[in-house]
Design a protein around this ligand. Structure first.
Ligand SMILES: Cc1cc2nc3c(=O)[nH]c(=O)nc-3n(C[C@H](O)[C@H](O)[C@H](O)COP(=O)(O)O)c2cc1C
Length: 217
């Protein structure tokens, strides 16, 4: 990936405003068109994800494209099982409302990407991890968010599926058992772009004013 010869900081006001719009319109997507993305676009998203910051420059993220239909079917069974267990753990109106939610776009999304963290990578030589070893995980999550934003900027939707048994997912995908399973991403063109989270649109939960999250000491 080639960048500009100089950093245009601060970015022009129009670009700043457009970037703000990007944050507003980034959504977790569960409804997709089945049309696949052009390969160069998908490749670009993955390379952009790798520009995320990482502890000690360890780059611990590992992206696994899941194309094999048998593996996809196994992940789908994994999801259905875990989602059924999650429903069983609820009762009454709470269970009824949970049952109406669509919590994965596994059937329609043309691309499936599992994301792992190598929690003890050689790269980075341990820098920054001695007191907080979880920082490799956080680094990998930042790569997911970077991919998510880059996708949104191109009109591409990403849906994070976490309702999965991670050990089973690792076995299904024949992955090194020492890698930590972080996310199963459904990727494709969104069927219904929105500036409001789907859980809010379905009355499950609402965003809170940001200032409530700011504490002063
Ligand atoms: C760590 C993580 C796990 C998530 N797991 C799921 C999931 O299993 N199924 C789902 O439908 N959404 C999942 N989401 C998406 C959230 O529900 C979503 O981000 C939240 O409702 C806010 O909506 P927005 O991302 O569109 O702003 C997950 C998001 C994160 C960050």
């Amino acid at each position: 990936m080639t960048g500009p010869a100089h950093c245009p900081a601060p970015f022009p006001p129009q670009l700043q405003e457009e970037l703000d719009q990007l944050f507003v319109w980034r959504r977790d997507v569960r409804h997709f068109h089945t049309e696949p993305l052009p390969e160069p676009v998908l490749d670009h998203l993955l390379r952009t994800a790798c520009m995320a910051p990482s502890v000690g420059l360890s780059e611990p993220w590992r992206f696994v494209r899941v194309d094999n239909p048998h593996r996809r079917a196994a992940i789908r069974r994994n999801f259905l099982h875990c989602n059924a267990l999650a429903l069983e753990g609820r009762s009454g109106e709470d269970a009824q409302r949970y049952a109406t939610l669509k919590l994965a776009g596994l059937d329609d999304a043309p691309h499936h990407i599992a994301v792992f963290c190598d929690t003890n990578p050689e790269q980075g030589r341990g820098l920054g991890r001695s007191t907080m070893p979880q920082t490799t995980t956080w680094s990998a999550v930042m790569a997911i968010h970077t991919l998510w934003l880059a996708a949104t900027a191109r009109g591409i939707g990403v849906g994070w599926v976490s309702i999965l048994d991670p050990h089973e997912a690792i076995s299904t995908l024949s992955i090194n058992p020492h890698w930590q399973f972080l996310a199963y991403l459904c990727v494709g063109y969104p069927a219904e772009p929105s500036d409001t989270p789907e859980l809010e649109r379905r009355g499950w939960e609402r965003r809170n004013p940001a200032r409530r999250r700011w504490l002063h000491r």
